[in-house]
Design a protein around this ligand. Structure first.
Ligand code: ADP
Length: 596
């Protein structure tokens, strides 16, 4: 597991490295792209300056091209500006035209006659006189307490066309007056409508106004121009004075809190905000950006920029920011690599772990087998030693003439017989076990009366155990015959009886019961001995495995008895069941299929 962990850690480290490299690569790419963009922008601006006369920003851009001509200003697109630094002087109406009416109005305060006098002028072919007359009629009507006809008069005045009164467009004056009168009359809905219409026209640059006039009228109706439009008008005003100082140039200027770029050469000039620059100058760089896999924006980029070029480098009043065109694609690429690397590391680690585990298990098994075999050898030697010692002692007693009277000799003979029998059984057992292991144990099956067979085994077992204080209680419910190898089955039952006797040192009774159970015949051997803990109950049927209780109680054994029982019963297509609990004794039951 250690190498697996090391491998995983190494992969993780290299992944981190990869991530840093990737970030570095993206940053370098953006830096290079930023440099390219700055050069391209520089070239674009340089190429633009001599061609200023051809520039015509679209109506939606926040830019305006200007031609300064003979103290006048033309804009492209037209009506772009809220106000102009210079207004062409307009023809003034001679003041004496209205003298008669004004005398009646101001000296004699005769509004009716004053109105009549102005009415005549209102029919004049001179539009300026006509507009002036309407204005005065309306004024007199208001003084005479007739606001309604005054409103109508203002309306007529507004329709007089493009004339200016004292340099201010007549219709603007008329509409503003109408608005004020409506407010006086508390007709706020109409006043509001009038103000909105005026604001719309002011915003659309309908009138040629100077700054002071514009601010005055905008203030009157509470009109707040969009910052972009205010900035454009301010920039042109700035250009108006600046171009007198220098005949050509390019400068950044902040108007109304907005950064703008202004270029001028002779009569032609251009003032532009960030939107125009993005659409007209940066958008054409799109193919270049696409090649570089980056995105470009002026101030206020949403994604974190990877490269920036300050205003001083680009000649624009905005910081140019370059970021990855598709950060998702970048991270996808990296994520795919990471997934692959992690998966490879994972698989390798798993293989390493599995390999290590398998090797450890194999080694453990080998060790366990070696230990079991050595245990087995010492156990078998012990098993042999007891009867052999007995044989040696009795034989020595005979040789040395120590065997006393007939009765003692007789008991020696019987002990010798038992010892040889035990040795014989042990050798047979070992040979049988060897054959079973080799798969060479022959079974001679025939129809067998289990009750009779068990009775025979029990009698012989009791004979062998005579004198040890052991008794076997046999109960038989005559079962159906089974197909069995009597010798093998005898061996299996003997093993169970032998175990019951061995592992029941206190209670010297063994209960054996033979009975039919459905389609099976059961041979149960029960003792009231040590019992077997649940976790050992499966293991003890494996060869060489001995329970912890047998070792701790010093009970001899080789650990092959139950393995043989299981083998034999399996050969009879039967099974062995075990019910046991420590201290409560054990019941081993051999279940064989009944014949037919
Ligand atoms: P052995 O008796 O030679 O150790 P076996 O294969 O006959 O080998 O039995 C395996 C183990 O099962 C024993 O070591 C013992 O712990 C346990 N065992 C078998 N029979 C009994 C029994 N009747 N009571 C308690 N434990 C038993």
């Amino acid at each position: 597991m250690l190498p697996a962990a090391a491998l995983f850690w190494l992969s993780w480290r290299s992944l981190e490295q990869d991530r840093l490299l990737e970030a570095q690569r993206i940053r370098t790419r953006s830096e290079q792209a930023a440099d390219l963009i700055v050069t391209a922008l520089e070239q674009r601006l340089a190429a633009l300056e001599p061609r200023l006369r051809e520039v015509a920003p679209a109506a939606s851009d926040d830019a305006v091209a200007v031609v300064f001509k003979d103290g006048r200003i033309e804009t492209r697109p037209p009506n772009r500006l809220l106000y102009y630094p210079a207004i062409p002087s307009s023809r003034e109406v001679p003041p004496q035209a209205f003298r008669r009416g004004e005398e009646l109005e101001f000296r004699q305060r005769d509004h009716a006659r004053a109105i009549a006098a102005f009415r005549e002028l209102a029919r004049s072919p001179d539009l300026a006189i006509r507009a002036g007359a309407h204005l005065r009629i309306a004024r007199n009507l208001r003084k005479a307490g007739l606001p309604e006809p005054a409103l109508a008069e203002y309306e007529q005045m507004a329709r007089c066309g493009p004339v200016r009164l004292d340099g201010v467009p007549a219709d603007l004056v008329a509409r503003r007056a109408r608005y004020a009168l409506l407010q006086e009359l508390k007709r706020s809905v109409e006043a509001q409508r009038e103000a909105e219409a005026l604001a719309r026209d002011l915003a659309a640059g309908r009138w040629l106004l100077d700054r002071v006039t514009y601010l005055h009228f905008a203030g009157e109706i509470g009109f707040q121009a969009p910052a972009e439009a205010a900035a454009l008008a301010g920039a042109v005003e700035w250009l108006w004075t600046r171009r007198r100082e220098t005949p050509a140039g390019r400068e950044s200027v902040t108007v109304e809190g907005r950064p703008m770029i202004a270029l001028w050469r002779g009569e032609h000039a251009l003032a532009a905000g960030s939107r125009y620059v993005e659409q007209s100058w940066l958008a054409p760089l799109a193919p270049l950006l696409k090649n570089q896999g980056v995105r470009l924006s002026l101030d206020g980029a949403s994604s974190p920029p990877q490269a920036e070029r300050a205003a001083s480098t680009t000649g624009l009043p905005w910081t140019v920011r370059v970021s990855s065109a598709d950060p998702d694609a970048d991270s996808r690429q990296f994520a795919a690599r990471r997934r692959f690397l992690l998966a490879a590391a994972g698989i390798l680690s798993a293989l390493l772990c599995a390999g290590s585990y398998l090797i450890a298990r194999a080694v453990n098994r080998e060790l366990a087998v070696a230990r079991l075999q050595s245990d087995f050898v010492s156990a078998v030697s012990h098993e042999f030693r007891t009867p052999l010692t007995l044989l040696r002692q009795t034989t020595e007693a005979f040789v040395e003439g120590r065997a006393g009277d007939e009765a003692e000799r007789q008991s020696f003979y019987q002990a010798q017989a038992r010892a040889t029998q035990r040795l014989h059984r042990l050798v047979e057992s070992l040979l049988d076990f060897g054959r079973m292991e080799a798969g060479a144990k022959p079974y001679r099956m025939r129809s067998t009366d289990v009750a009779q067979l068990v009775r025979g085994v029990v009698e012989e077992f009791q004979r062998e155990m005579a004198g040890s204080g052991l008794s076997v209680e046999l109960s038989v419910e005559p079962p159906p015959p089974v197909e069995a190898d009597p010798d093998a089955l005898t061996h299996a039952i003997w093993n169970l009886l032998d175990n019951a006797a061995k592992y029941s040192p206190q209670c010297r009774t063994i209960w054996v019961r033979v009975a039919g159970q459905g389609h099976e015949v059961g041979i149960a051997v029960r003792d009231h001995g040590l019992g077997i803990p649940a976790h050992e109950q499966k293991e003890i049927f494996r060869k060489f495995v001995r329970g912890a209780g047998s070792e701790s109680n010093g009970i001899l054994g080789a650990g092959i008895g139950l393995a043989m029982v299981a083998h034999i019963v399996e050969a009879h297509r039967g099974r062995v069941s075990l019910e046991s609990a420590p201290g409560a004794g054990s019941t081993f039951t051999i279940l064989l299929p009944a014949r037919g």
